[in-house]
Design a protein around this ligand. Structure first.
Ligand SMILES: [Zn+2]
Length: 211
């Protein structure tokens, strides 16, 4: 994907202000669902989206706001690690496909550090404490999950932890913004559709606009 990152310097004032601003925003690593700014402050650009009243990250990367046009941008992280997931690690990933009890997940970060190893994990939802008929995650959702086993070099993932669950999602009917209805469902702010989801604590917090 091609995108343009404006020079932050151009929009800023004195050298002192510049250096302070650079310090504040440089190499700040963000994760999907992280609140970056309010919608009054910035528009959502590459790697971000509106969620509630906030601009949130939709991918793992470094914060690189376009200060001239007030657009929030999350660019791919320069640094990543060669680490492989181990039992007990938390991963952030994107759901590639989901059925009622199993989903395939692309692993984007391990313990909140970006991974470029292009690994896949298998999310099992068979033992989920919230049993339900439909899947608690959908394709393209960004989730946090826990690694419960690496048997046969397959990364088995679980959502059975309060930190785990959906970090970022949109309405499955219209693609609109959603807000949390408790931890088990989301409601679209545009068309009103209610969907089952197992949400992470972070999603619920941001959705209510609490920081
Ligand atoms: Zn909708």
């Amino acid at each position: 994907m091609v995108y343009q990152i404006q020079e932050v310097n151009a929009a800023l004032g004195t050298d002192d202000q510049k250096s302070r601003m650079r310090e504040k925003i440089s190499s700040r690593l963000v994760l999907p669902g992280d609140s970056l700014a309010t919608q009054e402050e910035f528009e959502a650009g590459f790697g971000s989206a509106l969620s509630g009243d906030n601009v949130v990250a939709t991918r793992v990367g470094e914060l690189s706001p376009d200060m001239v046009n007030r657009v929030m941008i999350v660019k791919p992280a320069r640094q990543d690690i060669a680490k492989l997931p181990e039992k007990g690690d938390y991963v952030v990933g994107t759901v590639q496909s989901a059925a009622s009890s199993i989903a395939q997940v692309r692993i984007d970060a391990i313990n909140d550090i970006p991974s470029s190893k292009d690994l896949s994990g298998m999310l099992s939802m068979r033992d989920e404490r919230h049993r339900r008929s439909s899947s608690p995650v959908r394709s393209a959702d960004v989730i946090r999950a826990k690694v419960i086993s690496t048997t046969n070099a397959i990364y088995h993932l679980s959502l059975d932890d309060p930190r785990c669950g959906v970090l970022y999602t949109v309405c499955s009917a219209c693609g609109g913004r959603v807000i949390a209805l408790g931890r088990g469902a989301v409601k679209c702010t545009e068309c009103g559709t209610v969907d089952d989801r197992l949400l992470s604590e972070d999603f619920v917090t941001y959705s209510r606009g609490v920081h």
